[in-house]
Design a protein around this ligand. Structure first.
Ligand code: G4P
Length: 281
């Protein structure tokens, strides 16, 4: 499968990120809870060296709750703070605020020992496109938080969202580009709609999704679409086209249409809460 890339944008975004990251103590990385591995760009591990780290497993409302839990445990073991989140829901922000405080505790303490009492700890949000960065910043900023910027002593041109007297958040997120180390990553990003559908062979993506779903959630597709159990993914797609009346003009099965139907159902959560990737063991 071929993907279209825009190296100019990517280089610019990376350079911006390198600049912004110098200004912060804490990096808040959003990943998609359904595919935390493929929606993570390992560049952040290098860029975020010597910074506190917080991972937000976003769109957790669409992911499998038991697996959300497993992912949080996994990050915890790596010494990375993690919170599962539905960024559209303001109710989850209190927990994020608490974890930010916790993650920045050492830095605040260090400042205090040095006699620096009124310098807030600063954080930035980063993640691949469409993972929910803007939604998160909007929910997080809410009404209660004041915006600061262009004041003496505040980096020129940067807007900071003041969380409380201790913590400020950069209001423009860092964009990371997904890394395509193998085709699987590309496919997983395609499942969640992170790659423009026009660039994809949607039948191929659907067949691959069917293959993974039948392994991880056996019986799910058969139940949802009222199909007889079938092992061969291509056949499942054909049966789906048949049962949903996806037909071309001459009456021939329209698997492309069935593929779109399946991916829409997956992305919108109509297939249920599904996590494709498990934490490495
Ligand atoms: P970005 O800045 O990282 O590029 O992502 P953005 O916030 O624009 O969010 C991308 C899409 O994901 C938006 O939907 C947004 O509503 C949705 N979204 C963000 N966080 C969550 C979440 O935790 N759960 C769910 N289910 N969806 C989330 P959209 O279709 O582009 O827009 P709209 O339909 O919401 O208007």
């Amino acid at each position: 499968m071929q993907y279209q890339w825009y190296p100019g944008h990517m280089t610019k975004a990376k350079r911006q990120m390198q600049e912004d990251i110098k200004l912060v103590d804490l990096v808040i990385e959003l990943v998609d809870a359904r595919i935390p591995l493929s929606s993570h760009n390992p560049d952040i591990d290098v860029l975020g060296q010597n910074k506190s780290r917080l991972v937000l497993l976003n769109k957790a409302d669409l992911a499998d709750e038991a697996k959300n839990e497993a992912w949080c445990e996994y990050y915890k073991k790596q010494g990375i703070y993690a919170v599962r989140l539905d960024a559209r829901n303001r109710a989850g922000m209190k927990q994020v605020q608490d974890v930010i405080q916790e993650a920045c505790k050492e830095k605040l303490e260090k400042n205090r020992r040095r006699g620096i009492l009124n310098r807030p700890v600063r954080a930035m949000v980063a993640g691949i496109p469409n993972v929910g960065k803007s939604t998160f910043i909007n929910s997080f900023a809410g009404k209660a938080c004041a915006k600061t910027g262009n004041k003496p002593g505040v980096t020129k041109g940067k807007q900071w969202i003041r969380l409380n007297k201790n913590v400020e958040l950069l209001d423009t997120p860092g964009i990371l580009w997904p890394k395509f180390e193998d085709q699987r990553i590309g496919l997983h990003l395609a499942y969640i709609g992170s790659i423009k559908d026009e660039l994809l062979d949607r039948d191929e993506v659907a067949v691959s999704l069917i293959g993974e779903l039948t392994q991880t959630y056996p019986g799910l597709l058969a139940k949802r679409y009222n199909l007889t159990e079938e092992a061969e993914p291509v056949k499942v797609l054909e049966k789906l086209a048949e049962s949903r009346g996806c037909l071309k003009k001459g009456g021939e099965l329209d698997c492309g249409k069935a593929a779109v139907l399946l991916s829409d159902d997956f992305r919108s959560g109509k297939l249920g809460r599904i996590t494709i990737e498990l934490p490495p063991v």
